[in-house]
Ligand binder design. Structure first.
Ligand code: GDP
Length: 336
């Protein structure tokens, strides 16, 4: 994107559903260059003038590496495009931020879905912080919606904060897990159960060749997990269903979709709008926090006192609160 961006042309390309325009627009919202940020704001503002008649279904999908996310997303994506949907797939992969490599890997694994003209797959942006990746992804959702994608799946791994971040940009959060019972259930992070709207015990098939009927195991695990969910969530309005499926054979994938749809119906039109509005407000503050931190890091006045402050805290000469005051005073000085 060496030349200046022609936002109007980009918008009309997106509205026409042209893949190259969608791709270019996502690159634009991922860019941290100032002039790209300005163009990105303009692009999103223009797209927002004509929102889709029916808001797209935004689904977060999470689970540990190996649980079968990409296999499942491919199966779900193909099921949905066959039913006439246009499906966008995005990813939030915090490992790509730290290492440049990624846990989610490149999405060529979804070979069949990648070749589907009604699907658009985009790997996780790999630059910046989790906050930066989240901001880019959230804007990429709007680009996809503008291009007529009526289902957007956002994949993330069960690492750190990424699920909470993704939960803040989708309508429904699907957690994929494997058949685990008893003590193994403890291994599932409580935070996940708190944000999951639908839980699916994946690999409920006999394809592993282990001689056991995984489907039976999965159903038993689902029952146990449903019990655990009731303890965590209490008698809430929406009781997250725990069901079984196999991304590999496709069995139960339709049921997962039915549950996602049911969750959305449960939210209702007003509930959905209220949820999205609240997400936007939370997102605003997270952007402000990220930007402030960035400014703090870039501040020369802060840099001037940082080393001395660190040495004093490490040697016990300065307390943490006093050191924090020092840093903030240095920062305030630079902004006066
Ligand atoms: P991800 O890391 O969560 O994206 O998982 P993948 O989709 O890459 O799958 C990890 C491994 O599990 C691969 O070897 C898949 O073939 C296998 N796998 C994925 N889904 C299923 C399933 O539904 N049943 C069985 N038996 N294996 C699966």
């Amino acid at each position: 994107m060496a030349r200046d961006v022609d936002v109007a042309a980009l918008v009309s390309g997106i509205r026409d559903g042209r893949r190259a325009a969608v791709s270019q627009a996502i690159t634009l919202v991922e860019s941290s260059a100032l002039r790209h940020r300005v163009a990105a704001r303009e692009l999103l503002a223009t797209l927002a003038e004509q929102p889709p008649a029916t808001p797209a279904v935004r689904v977060g999908i999470s689970g540990v590496p190996g649980v079968g996310k990409s296999t499942f997303i491919e199966a779900l994506g193909i099921y949905l495009t066959a039913a006439g949907h246009k499906v966008g797939v995005l990813a939030v992969d915090p490992s790509s931020v730290r290492t440049g490599g990624s846990v989610l890997g490149d999405k060529t694994r979804m070979a069949q879905l990648s070749a589907d003209p009604n699907a658009f797959i985009r790997p996780s942006p790999s630059a910046g912080t989790l906050g930066g990746v989240a901001a880019a992804t959230s804007q990429a959702i709007s680009v996809l919606e503008g291009a007529g994608y009526d289902v957007v799946l956002v994949e993330t791994v069960g690492v750190g904060q990424s699920e909470i971040t993704v939960a803040g940009m989708v309508d429904t959060f699907l957690f994929l897990t494997l058949a685990r019972t008893g003590d193994q259930l403890q291994g599932i992070k409580k935070g996940i159960l708190e944000i999951a709207d639908v839980i699916a015990v994946n690999k409920a098939d006999s394809e592993s060749g282990a001689g056991v009927d995984r489907a039976v195991e999965a159903r038993a695990a689902a029952r146990e997990l449903a019990g655990a969910m009731r303890m965590v969530r209490g008698p809430k309005e929406w009781a997250p269903p725990v069901i079984t499926c196999s991304g590999l054979t496709g069995v139960g994938v339709d049921d997962v979709w039915a549950r996602i749809t049911a969750h959305r119906e449960h939210l209702g039109e007003q509930g959905l709008l209220a949820k999205r509005a609240q997400q936007q407000l939370d997102f605003t503050w997270s952007l402000v926090r990220d930007e402030l931190l960035d400014r703090l890091r870039r501040s020369e006045s802060v840099a001037a006192v940082r080393e001395e402050m660190s040495a004093q805290v490490l040697s016990g000469k300065l307390s943490a609160p006093a050191a924090a005051d020092l840093i903030l005073a240095a920062y305030d000085e630079s902004t006066d």
